[in-house]
Design a protein. Structure first.
Length: 383
């Protein structure tokens, strides 16, 4: 009997996706695999290991705790924490030997204090705190918009403490998945900053590209790209991932826990949002919004059973959904049901669910809850 809800992750697919993205890179650009948000729902540590096996030479996360989790999992590769850090979070990030991002001089001052106090990071003065300076070229979130201010932050890194090391210059694209023109505008704004930073500190790493830019704007590859959604085999442009040679790594399944006849007028689910208009059979799957299937999928999704698509009918509840199996179904209780993935010749992608929800594949993946077990395999071989 299958589990009530299960996410199976093929780590070999992540490896192949990373290798495929690396073949896209120009010059000596390196690949940084983004494994924040628990590896976009796939599991941070297993995804990180697979990405490294596929050729990634850096990892990136959003929080200090995520960096600490990777180190606790035995990951030794360079880690960049891209998000904002409180004083306490900063110490966690530095204890994890992670690179951090700065965009204000007061934060550099806090870095210098943390380095001076040790914060569990420096080993006899041999290690240094590695800092990337961020210029906001159009995202409008973190980073300063002012070139002079960003260069001042970089100068402060060089002068504040010998324990600080100016390591990188970065920005982040706002529209790489929908508007190449603005990406190029952001690159033009970033260019003078990158050039000045190389003068200040030769050998720094200059990086800007996300998955979409990596695939669509070769000029953005620079010294390193930061790929997230694409390493998991999902399309950053919200199309069919196979069109770009990407292989989805995750499948989400449940099973038919009950099959029962419904007469005309019988309903299913809270609020009677499905009422049978004809004789039919209904199948109940023990998976719901508590597992990450959004309530907006009510009467708005398919489930694959035995290679056949069946419509989800009635309200998505916390722990169950119902599908209409038709008047003469060739299914039985206990049969595997696929929400994301392939069933015989049929398949349903994350992008399809995102389209139905009018959202993006990122949110669908990150929404798969912690109560859904993740099981890892390598092209079908259990790990």
């Amino acid at each position: 009997m299958p589990l009530r809800a299960l996410a199976r992750v093929n780590l070999a697919a992540i490896e192949r996706n990373v290798a495929r993205l690396e073949r896209e890179l120009h010059g000596t650009s390196a690949l940084c695999a983004v494994v924040k948000a628990d590896g976009y729902g796939h599991g941070a540590v297993p995804s990180a290991r697979a990405a490294i096996a596929g050729g990634a030479s850096w990892l990136a996360v959003a929080t200090a705790a995520e960096a600490a989790q990777l180190r606790a999992g035995g990951i030794e590769t360079s880690i960049l924490v891209m998000g904002a850090l409180s004083r306490e979070e900063l110490r966690v990030a530095l204890a994890a030997r992670a690179d951090v991002v700065a965009w204000s001089e007061p934060f550099v001052g806090e870095l210098a204090v943390a380095a001076r106090d040790g914060a569990g990071i420096l080993k006899g003065g041999e290690d240094r705190v590695r800092v990337h300076v961020k210029l906001d070229t159009g995202m409008g979130r973190l980073g300063t918009r002012e070139l002079d201010e960003a260069l001042g932050v970089a100068t402060r890194v060089l002068e504040a403490s010998p324990a600080l090391e100016l390591t990188g210059a970065m920005t982040h694209f706002a529209t790489a998945d929908e508007n190449d023109a603005f990406v190029r505008e952001q690159l033009e704004r970033f260019g003078p900053f990158a050039a000045e930073m190389r003068t200040l500190q030769p050998g720094i790493i200059v990086h800007a590209a996300n998955s979409a830019a990596t695939l669509c704007v070769a000029a953005s590859h620079l010294d390193m790209v930061r790929c997230g959604i694409a390493i998991y085999g999902c399309d950053p442009l919200h199309e069919d991932p196979s069109l770009r040679g990407l292989e989805p790594a995750l499948e989400l399944t449940s099973y038919l826990a009950a099959v029962k006849r419904a007469a005309p007028g019988d309903s299913a689910g809270y609020g009677r949002r499905f009422v049978a208009e004809r004789e039919t059979w209904l199948g109940t799957l023990p998976i719901g919004y508590g597992d990450g299937l959004r309530r907006d999928l009510t009467n708005n999704c398919d489930v694959l059973v035995g290679g056949v698509r069946y419509p989800l009918v009635g309200t998505v509840s916390m722990d169950n959904i119902t599908i209409d199996l038709g008047p003469a179904p060739d299914v039985r209780t206990g049969e595997l049901a696929t929400i994301i993935g392939r069933s015989n010749a049929e398949r349903q992608t994350v992008e399809e669910l995102a389209d139905r929800l009018e959202t993006i594949n990122y949110e669908v993946l990150c929404g798969i809850s912690a109560r859904v077990p993740r099981v890892y395999h390598h092209d079908g071989e259990p790990l």
